[in-house]
Design a binder for this molecule. Structure first.
Ligand SMILES: *[C@@H]1O[C@H](CO)[C@@H](O)[C@H](O)[C@H]1NC(C)=O
Ligand SMILES: *[C@@H]1O[C@H](CO)[C@@H](O)[C@H](O)[C@H]1NC(C)=O
Ligand SMILES: *[C@@H]1O[C@H](CO)[C@@H](O)[C@H](O)[C@H]1NC(C)=O
Ligand SMILES: *[C@@H]1O[C@H](CO)[C@@H](O)[C@H](O)[C@H]1NC(C)=O
Ligand SMILES: *[C@@H]1O[C@H](CO)[C@@H](O)[C@H](O)[C@H]1NC(C)=O
Ligand SMILES: *[C@@H]1O[C@H](CO)[C@@H](O)[C@H](O)[C@H]1NC(C)=O
Length: 385
C-alpha cells in the first residue's frame, strides 16, 4: 500500500500546518491583557505557581515551596544572603530599579521556570542581557521583568509603549503586601541579530523576508500548505535534474553531519531505514521519479536526511527513529534551506531544550551537478518553529 501523503521530508502537511498555526498563535497573536498574567504559561502548557503560593511567599520562610520547581527550594531567607554580584551585574546595578510587591504584565519573551535568578537585581540583569530573536514576538525587547522570591523565577516580558508608561506609574506607587513578586522595567535597547536579513539569502524566513529566486517559494513558510507540485515540477531545478538523470550524468555527493535540510518528500522516510548515511545518499542517487508515491512523486531526489540516533527530534507530530532515510527534492540544492544545524539557533534550543539536549541528530546531504559548489545555504522557516 502506498502511503497516502508523501510530503515534506519530516512532517505531514496537515500536522505541520496545524503546528505552524499553533506556533503562529503563540508568537504573533496579541491577546487581551488579561491573558498575559505574569506567570501564566497556558500557551506553553506549563503549570504555574498558584496565587496562593505567591501569597504564601510573603509569609514567614517556613513555607515549603511547590515541589514542581526543583531548584526553587530556597526559603525566603536565602534571598537575604545572595552570592556576591559578578562585576557586570554590579556595574548595571546603578541603574537597577525594582519595586517589591508589584506584578507587571506583558507578552512573554522568556518564561521564569527557564530563568531562575537568586535575586531581583540579577533578574533585572537577565532582562538587560536578553537577546531579542525573530522567533520570539518578532524580535521584541525585554523591557519588563518580574521576580518571585520563593521560586526565584524571573519572567521576562515585553510591553508596548502605552503599557510601559502605565507600568512606570504602577512602579512608582507602593505595592500591595499580598503580592510576592518584585517587578521592574528596563528601557534600553538590544539589537535583534537574526532580524537583519542576511546579505545573501536563498529562500524565505517570513513572507516579507523572501528571495523569490526559488521559483515556487519556500515550502515550509506556511507549513507546506501552499506548495503546488506542478509549480515545483516546472521549476528550473527540477528540469535540470531531469536532464541530468536522462543523460546519465554522475552527480556529486556532499554531506553534513548534525544537519537537517528541508525539502519535499519524494520517498517517505519513516520505516525507510538505512544503516548508514552513505546508504541513504545511495538511495537518493538511485531514486527515479514516479517510484515514491505521494504528491511529489514526479520529482527527482536531490537532498536526503538520515536519522543517526535512536530517536531524532523534529518539531512535528511524528516519531523519527534510527536509520529513517528521507529522500527529498529542493530547489537550489547547493543552497539548502536548513532546518537544523550545529550550532543550532539558541532560541530554537531554548524552545526544544528537552528534545534537543544531545544536539542535532540528523545527517543531511545533497547531490549536485558536476562543477557546482555546495554552500551553507540559509536557515529555512522550520529553524524558527
Ligand atoms: C498567522 O498570524 C497572522 C497574524 O495574526 C495571520 O494573518 C496569518 O493568517 C496566520 N497564519 C496562519 C498560518 O495561521
Ligand atoms: C545606566 O543608564 C544610563 C542612562 O540611562 C546609561 O547611559 C548607562 O549605560 C546605563 N548603565 C548600564 C551599566 O546599563
Ligand atoms: C517584525 O519586525 C520587522 C522588523 O524587524 C518588521 O519589519 C515587521 O513588520 C514585523 N512584523 C510583524 C508581523 O510585526
Ligand atoms: C537570491 O538567490 C540567488 C540564487 O538563486 C542569489 O544569487 C542571490 O544572491 C540571492 N539574493 C539575496 C538578496 O540573497
Ligand atoms: C547532461 O545535461 C546537463 C544539463 O542539461 C548538461 O549540462 C550536461 O552537459 C549533459 N551531459 C551530457 C553527458 O550530455
Ligand atoms: C559556512 O559556515 C561555516 C561554519 O559556520 C563558516 O565558518 C563559514 O564562514 C560559512 N561560509 C559562508 C560562505 O558563510
Amino acid at each position: 500500500m502506498r502511503l497516502p501523503l508523501l510530503l515534506c521530508a519530516v512532517c505531514s502537511l496537515a500536522l505541520a500546518f496545524n503546528l505552524l498555526r499553533a506556533w503562529n498563535a503563540t508568537q504573533t497573536r496579541r491577546p487581551a491583557l488579561t491573558e498575559y498574567s505574569a506567570h501564566s504559561r497556558a500557551a506553553l502548557g506549563v503549570t504555574t505557581p498558584s496565587l496562593r503560593a505567591s501569597q504564601r511567599a510573603a509569609s514567614p520562610p517556613t513555607i515549603v515551596p511547590p515541589a514542581a520547581s526543583p531548584r526553587a527550594a530556597v526559603p525566603e531567607t536565602a534571598a537575604a544572603t545572595p552570592p556576591p554580584y559578578p562585576e557586570t551585574v554590579g556595574a548595571s546595578l546603578s541603574n537597577y530599579s525594582g519595586t517589591p510587591h508589584v506584578e507587571l504584565w506583558g507578552a512573554l519573551v522568556l518564561p521564569g521556570d527557564a530563568n531562575l535568578q537568586p535575586d531581583a537585581p540579577r533578574c533585572h540583569q537577565s532582562c538587560v542581557e536578553y537577546e531579542p530573536t525573530r522567533d520570539v514576538l518578532n524580535g521584541s525587547q525585554c523591557n519588563v521583568w518580574v521576580w518571585h522570591p520563593l521560586t526565584q523565577q524571573c519572567w521576562l516580558k515585553h510591553e508596548r509603549p502605552a503599557e510601559l508608561r502605565a507600568a512606570a506609574s504602577a512602579l512608582a506607587r507602593p505595592g500591595r503586601a499580598s503580592v510576592a513578586w518584585t517587578s521592574g522595567v528596563w528601557t534600553g535597547h538590544k539589537p535583534c541579530a537574526d532580524c537583519v536579513v542576511p546579505a545573501r539569502y536563498y529562500g524565505c524566513i517570513t513572507k516579507d523576508i523572501c528571495n523569490t529566486s526559488r521559483a515556487c517559494g519556500s515550502p515550509a513558510i506556511d507549513g507546506y500548505a501552499h506548495v503546488d507540485p506542478k509549480c515545483v515540477q516546472r521549476s528550473p531545478t527540477a528540469q535540470l535534474y531531469n536532464e541530468l538523470l536522462a543523460n546519465g550524468s554522475e552527480l556529486i555527493g556532499t554531506h553534513e553531519l548534525n544537519a537537517d535540510y528541508d525539502g519535499l518528500g519524494v520517498h517517505w522516510g519513516i520505516g525507510h531505514t538505512k544503516q548508514r548515511w552513505e546508504d541513504c545518499e545511495q538511495a537518493c542517487r538511485q531514486h527515479r521519479p514516479g517510484t515514491g508515491g505521494g504528491p511529489f512523486a514526479a520529482l527527482p531526489c536531490n537532498v536526503w536526511t538520515w536519522c543517526s540516533r535512536p530517536t531524532c527530534f523534529e518539531p512535528d507530530a511524528h516519531s523519527h527513529h534510527f536509520g529513517d532515510c528521507w529522500l527529498k527534492f529542493t530547489e537550489l540544492p547547493h543552497a539548502p534551506e536548513v532546518n537544523m544545524r550545529e550550532p543550532m539557533r539558541s532560541s530554537f534550543m531554548r524552545r526544544h531544550h528537552t528534545q534537543m539536549a544531545a544536539g542535532v541528530p540528523w545527517v543531511s546531504g545533497a547531490l549536485l551537478p558536476p562543477g557546482v559548489t555546495m554552500t551553507n545555504g540559509t536557515w529555512g522557516p522550520r529553524a524558527f518553529w
